[in-house]
Design a protein. Structure first.
Length: 147
């Protein structure tokens, strides 16, 4: 007999897959989103230099990680078990909230370019906005800053 946790995980995954299908999100679309988006990032005058220093060589592993990350977010497939915050903390001296605004703008542009449905676009943007807000809170929030 499966454990209650296993049942809940299975139900959550099935619900996530159903929701993704209703929004028109597929694994192929996630791959296209990641490939296209990071192509734009690499060419961007603000983000490109930061990413070039962080990923100076082969981008293949990073793209694979990002595909697993977005797949885990959308499908709850358990394919990503990383910890992105430590990697971003290393970049703190090089980044500002402006970088996150640009990141979101490029992400939104990419969703339009790949032909995401309105529902998929909204779902991805909602998740991306939450991620950006969370990262910025960890990176830049100072509870003692009363300015």
């Amino acid at each position: 007999m499966p454990s209650p946790n296993h049942v809940r995980v299975t139900e959550a995954r099935l619900a996530a897959r159903k929701e993704a299908a209703e929004m028109g999100i597929t694994a192929e679309q996630i791959s296209d989103l990641v490939e296209t988006f990071y192509g734009h990032v690499r060419q961007d005058d603000l983000l490109g230099p930061v990413f070039a220093r962080a990923i100076p060589g082969d981008w293949g592993p990073h793209l694979a990680t990002m595909k697993a990350f977005w797949s885990a977010i959308v499908f709850h497939d358990g394919g990503y078990a990383g910890r992105p915050m430590p990697a971003h903390m290393k970049l703190k001296p090089q980044i500002s909230p402006e970088h996150f605004g640009r990141w979101l703008a490029l992400f939104e542009r990419t969703l339009d370019e790949i032909g995401a449905t309105p529902a998929a676009r909204a779902g991805f943007l909602e998740r991306a906005s939450r991620i950006a807000t969370s990262f910025q809170a960890h990176l830049f929030y100072d509870p003692y800053d009363n300015a």
